[in-house]
Design a protein around this ligand. Sequence first.
Ligand code: MN
Length: 212
Amino acid sequence: MNEHYPFVNPPLPYAYDALEPFIDKKTMELHHDRHLQTYVNNLNNTLKDYPQLHSSTLEQLLYNADKLPTAIQKSVKNNGGGVYNHIFFFNGLSNSDTRSQAGSLYTAIIGQFGSVDRFYEEFKKQALSVFGSGYAWLVLDENGILKIVTSANQDTPIVKNECPIATIDVWEHAYYLKHYNDRSAYIDDWFRVANWERANKLYEKCLSDNLR
Ligand code: MN
């Protein structure tokens, strides 16, 4: 994806049907080609008349959203967040089983939550607790503590200086075609296709960024 305006919708790093049977092809097509594309289009439309923002990265726009011209603050938060969150979510899925490749993140999860099962139980509880639309995240906070947090709508944890490691999109559009209203089954399936190798790389990057 472009670092700055005009933002583009990057292709998925795997085939639309790569996550079957856990996440179905049609959901991935609609989610990527329509939902994410709409956020990209809306973000570009919002920024069109603000050339002074055309060299800002997505992270800079989100991080400084409250300092942007009032007329576009909300749209940048919603649509910029939609772009950021979706790309992060899609890049965090994998068609191969990466559960044994979590490296030092695995050790840190055991240290923080006691066991993978306890971690998952807590992650699932938080993901189920999102009222309406939003996300659940595994993040590293400023003090180097692993935390599970939730965000509403298209808010992102980066604005709270929480470094994202893994996320699940729990908007209904992410699962309704296959799982109907059963968010719990979708979360179980997400856990199976979450890319724990990538999550570990992000965890190590978050740790080293914290030391700067
Ligand atoms: Mn979504």
